[in-house]
Design a binder for this molecule. Structure first.
Ligand SMILES: *[C@@H]1O[C@H](CO)[C@@H](O)[C@H](O)[C@H]1NC(C)=O
Ligand SMILES: *[C@@H]1O[C@H](CO)[C@@H](O)[C@H](O)[C@H]1NC(C)=O
Ligand SMILES: *[C@@H]1O[C@H](CO)[C@@H](O)[C@H](O)[C@H]1NC(C)=O
Ligand SMILES: *[C@@H]1O[C@H](CO)[C@@H](O)[C@H](O)[C@H]1NC(C)=O
Ligand SMILES: *[C@@H]1O[C@H](CO)[C@@H](O)[C@H](O)[C@H]1NC(C)=O
Ligand SMILES: *[C@@H]1O[C@H](CO)[C@@H](O)[C@H](O)[C@H]1NC(C)=O
Ligand SMILES: *[C@@H]1O[C@H](CO)[C@@H](O)[C@H](O)[C@H]1NC(C)=O
Ligand SMILES: *[C@@H]1O[C@H](CO)[C@@H](O)[C@H](O)[C@H]1NC(C)=O
Length: 887
């Protein structure tokens, strides 16, 4: 099928050259034979305005200078006005035109928009500002012609694009990494349709070459049916002995109709049997894409292919059916294979698994292999990473993180996927009736390359008691250190500090102390021009300064990746040395320290678990000294910013504490089997005591999965519920759902306000979108943020309240508690413009640094975070933290 498409495309390209290459806009519209037959066509001549500055990942906040002039939608591209830009000569830029080569056919059209600004002296800018100088933004104004006199629905694939306008519809999210999972369904009017594309050049996705070209692609396809079953998205596990090696499969379907669609049955048909595989009816809103989860573990005697039969219903009660075929891939007990499992959010994920040699007669450790950005876990590169080590006694698991960009860089979402992949081995053992060695699961060896090297740092710094060792190859340390944040729009230092705090959980430079006692190998090519070797050298230095010795292997003259990167002699030696440590009980050093960022991903360090920080404005810190008093082991903990901690009874160490002293208190806490998992809390008077409450985990406490900054919303243990409180904003609910699927592979259920109570009874986190005072009240009575009829109230202390008058263009986001560790993200707008701004802050790209709450003023459209009226964090009691930015 792929080949057939390719050859059609080639024919069209060849055919088009003759007709379109030199054609002007008018010619394309009026004189081209191709589009006179009812086809659709992107224009070949576009106007461009830019470049303007943009900071790394800043576009999430708005920061569009054209908004200062009223916004791109208002701007006429034939004016001769000068627009201010700090990047260009005379501090101004003007409209210019560019010609591209669209591909046109009856059912689809594509245009590759490749743009550079050769008049800018990028070299000198780079000498001063580094890679951040090669990032910029610009607007392209063009259009798509719909011939034939009727309006037509199309699916638009905006590859490499974060933001665009289609006629008067604003779209944020797009498809920045070209995943192609969830196109925009759009109704093209007959004739000319305006398309405005915001180009965001990003070094991490478009490269750091010194002639910074921005390259994006638009494709529009006329929809063929109400429901599209995306054949390329079919995800099935491999097959051993006629059975799937995973319990779930999935496929993305898209509602291209103008009405809701209900999928009420999905069946799998094989040569011998037919089985219903849909567990629950799935409703899909107009324009929405959803992954269909299929339960397939009852199927037997599978051979080469299966048929999938989708039965769906429209509101007029008419029934329809789509049938498609999926090829199966065989595997065996020793081959590398694709297994599927559920991400905690309920969406189907996969990882590849290479089982250990069957002959080994003891438990075998797991080697978690985290891939780099843009790498398909089941693609050629990843599948062959361990080919040179066929006998390595390890369960090699390569998770996806739910996208080829590992979701959010192996952070909140991708990290959960990696843990779920490790758990899934046990299910695999059941399914394939494995007779070989069992996995050792309490500790694992973590390794990764590039973004996966960075993920390795995340894993080991956050779950130090769970790792046998960490091998980071060509890993970067943090997003900020990778491509500096130099060109962000000016903001108050406190606003910037809040962004830093929100991102600090991912700043591995700050977490070096947590690696004490963990075997570490760093490997990096000295000529790496993608992730500079500076990252590894810096971490090596920081580790040394924390008293930690890491193995360090710098490969002279080597670049970012070579064949066999994961199996070099130093990597192999490291794996072999530590895969066998599985049974060893560790011993806590006499002195060690523990940095605790605000995150639920933070596990124990030598058994110490921090449940709550005193303040979310900074990290927690614990210094421990271990003393032996006769046969009694006493630990003295000196804490900073720690409110609540306990000891994990599951962590085995030879010198675990029997007595604990905390800070300057003379009191000794005795840890018995009974008290070990009870929590110790610090009162307001700085006195530590055992928790006396039977269960302190109440609605007015922030704990568990609720911990973190705004990204905590991603820790959903069920399908996201997108609740629409103002019906006029329907397209924004679809956008939120599309972005969840595009950037995270997440499923979401769009519902109306009337069904809010029902959503509360389900398991997923909730995103509530609404205008004015349509948002339901918070379940927690004293929640500090409330919208009144003419103002927004922020309660900042027991008797202090900040009152913000409502103004046009205001919008905001904030987290709220729900029972059972669930969260709700309120996305609020005073008006449509404000709501449109607020919705940008739902997590999509990493590195943007959204804190727990943000209220944006109208000026944020061009000032970005500097235009926030209020922002900050909500603490362990859901109070506004003292370092928040409040008017
Ligand atoms: C368009 O239609 C005309 C008349 O039917 C036909 O001659 C021509 O080949 C068609 N062009 C394309 C590109 O299909
Ligand atoms: C811009 O376009 C409008 C409408 O097409 C036209 O009336 C106007 O003269 C143009 N202005 C310039 C400066 O070309
Ligand atoms: C910059 O300004 C000078 C003086 O006004 C003018 O001559 C020149 O054309 C301008 N250059 C650009 C690129 O606009
Ligand atoms: C699914 O929908 C069909 C028809 O709309 C209905 O008969 C069936 O009971 C539904 N199944 C579930 C599990 O809700
Ligand atoms: C699978 O095939 C075996 C042998 O051909 C047969 O006995 C068995 O009934 C089949 N199972 C199913 C579920 O069709
Ligand atoms: C298992 O599959 C691999 C890869 O397809 C193949 O090379 C190998 O020979 C197979 N082993 C057995 C025992 O069938
Ligand atoms: C405490 O628990 C450990 C491990 O479960 C057990 O070996 C030990 O005997 C227990 N100690 C007491 C005093 O119950
Ligand atoms: C919003 O639309 C839904 C579905 O059409 C409808 O049930 C609901 O009553 C509407 N709500 C309001 C407030 O108009």
């Amino acid at each position: 099928m792929g080949l057939a498409i390719l050859s059609t495309v080639l024919t069209i390209i060849l055919f088009c050259r003759a007709h379109i290459v030199e054609a002007t806009l008018q010619e394309v519209i009026h004189n081209n034979a191709l589009i006179n037959n009812g086809s659709i066509a992107f224009l070949d001549k576009w106007s461009i305005l830019g470049p303007f500055r943009i900071g790394t990942r800043e576009a999430v906040w708005g920061a569009d200078p054209i908004e200062r002039y009223g916004g791109i939608f208002q701007l006429d591209d034939n004016d001769t006005a000068a627009y201010h830009s700090p990047l260009a000569r005379n501090a101004t830029v003007r409209w210019n035109s560019r010609t591209f080569r669209p591909i046109v056919s009856e059912a689809s059209t594509t245009v590759d928009l490749v743009v550079d600004f050769s008049e800018i002296d990028w070299d000198i800018a780079q000498k001063i500002y580094g890679w951040s100088a090669l990032q910029y933004q610009a607007w392209l104004k063009g259009g798509v012609w719909n011939d034939g006199g009727t309006s037509r629905r199309v699916s638009i694939y905006p590859e490499g694009i974060l933001e665009l306008w289609l006629n008067n519809k604003h779209i944020f999210g797009g498809d920045f990494y070209s995943f192609g999972r969830a196109p925009i369904v759009f109704e093209l009017a007959p004739g000319f349709n305006v398309v405005n594309v915001r180009l965001i050049r990003d070094v991490r996705s478009m490269g750091g070459s010194s002639s910074p070209t921005a390259h994006v692609l638009l494709r529009a396809e006329v929809v063929a049916a109400d429901l599209d079953v995306d054949h390329d998205s079919i995800l099935l596990p491999d097959v051993i002995a006629g059975r799937f090696v995973g319990r779930y499969g999935s496929v993305i379907v898209r509602n291209q109709a103008t009405v809701w669609i209900n999928i009420n049955r999905v069946r799998v048909i094989t040569d011998e049997q037919s089985a219903v595989v849909l567990e629950q009816n799935l409703t899909i809103s107009p324009g929405q894409s959803r992954p269909v989860r299929m339960r397939i573990d009852n199927l037997r005697n599978l051979t080469k292919s299966i048929k999938l039969v989708f039965d769906y219903e429209l509101p007029d009660a008419s029934s329809h059916r789509i049938v498609c075929e999926a090829q199966l891939r065989p595997a065996n007990h020793s081959s590398l294979q694709r297994m599927t499992f559920l991400h905690p959010s309920g969406a189907v994920s996969y990882a590849t698994l290479r089982p250990p040699p069957e002959k080994v007669d003891r438990e075998v450790a797991i080697l978690l292999n985290l891939h780099g950005a843009g790498v398909d876990a089941d693609g050629d590169l990843a599948r062959h990473m361990f080919d040179d080590a066929p006998d390595l006694p390890a369960w090699i698991v390569t998770p996806t993180g739910m996208t080829s960009w590992s979701g959010d860089d192996w952070h909140t979402w991708g990290f959960a996927d990696a843990l779920a992949a490790v758990e899934a081995i046990l299910d695999w053992i059941d399914l394939v009736e494995w007779q070989g060695p069992d996995p050792y699961t309490s500790k694992i060896l973590v390794a990764g390359h590039s973004n996966g090297g960075q993920g390795t740092w995340y894993f080991a710094s956050h779950q130090p008691d769970r790792v046998l060792g960490a091998a980071a190859a060509s890993g970067y340390l943090s997003i900020e250190n990778y491509v500096p944040y130099v060109h962000w729009t000016e903001a108050d230092p406190l606003q910037n500090a809040i962004l830093h705090v929100a991102r600090s959980n991912f700043r591995h430079e700050l977490l070096a102390e947590n690696f004490a006692g963990i075997p570490i190998l760093q490997q990096h090519g000295s000529s790496d021009d993608n992730v500079p070797v500076y990252h590894s050298r810096l971490m090596n230095t920081l580790l040394y300064q924390s008293g930690i010795a890491a193995k360090y292997s710098e490969m002279p003259g080597t670049g970012h990746w070579i064949d066999g990167t994961m199996t070099t002699p130093s990597m192999m030696e490291f794996y072999l040395a530590h895969l066998n440590d599985a049974d060893a009980v560790s011993t806590a050093p006499v002195d060690f320290a523990f940095v605790v960022p605000n995150s639920h991903d933070m596990g124990p360090k030598y058994g110490i678990v921090v449940d709550q920080l005193s303040s979310p404005d900074r990290a927690g810190h614990i210094e421990v000294s271990v003393a032996q008093k006769g046969s009694v082991t006493r630990w003295h903990l000196s804490t900073q910013n720690i409110h609540r901690l306990h000891f994990d009874p599951g962590v085995q160490i030879s010198n675990s504490p029997v007595e604990v002293m905390l800070d300057d208190m003379a009191h000794v806490f005795h840890l018995t089997n009974k008290t070990r998992s009870r929590s110790l809390v610090q009162t307001e008077a700085n006195i530590w005591a055992w928790e006396v409450a039977l269960d302190w985990r109440q609605l007015d406490k922030r704990y568990g999965r609720q911990r973190g900054a705004l990204d905590a919303i991603l820790r959903s243990e069920g399908v996201f519920e997108v609740v629409l409180c103002s019906n006029t904003s329907f397209h924004l609910a679809v956008q939120a759902s599309r972005n969840f699927l595009q950037y995270f592979g997440a499923d979401s259920n769009i519902i109306y306000r009337e069904e809010y109570a029902e959503a509360l009874t389900r398991r997923g986190n909730i995103v509530t979108i609404g205008l004015g005072r349509t948002i339901p009240r918070c379940a927690m009575p004293r929640f500090p943020i409330s919208v009144e009829h003419d103002r927004l109230l922020l309660t900042t202390g027991s008797s202090k309240t900040a009152s913000i008058p409502l103004r046009p263009g205001m919008g905001g986001v904030w987290l709220r508690p729900l029972p059972q560790e669930r969260l709700e993200l309120v996305v609020w707008g005073h008006d449509e413009a404000g709501l449109q701004q607020a919705i940008r802050l739902i997590p999509t790209l990493t590195g943007a640094g959204q804190p727990d709450f943000v209220i944006l003023g109208n000026e944020a459209r061009w000032k970005g975070v500097g235009g926030a009226v209020a922002m900050g964090f909500l603490d362990r009691d859901w109070r506004i933290s003292s370092a928040s930015y409040i008017p």
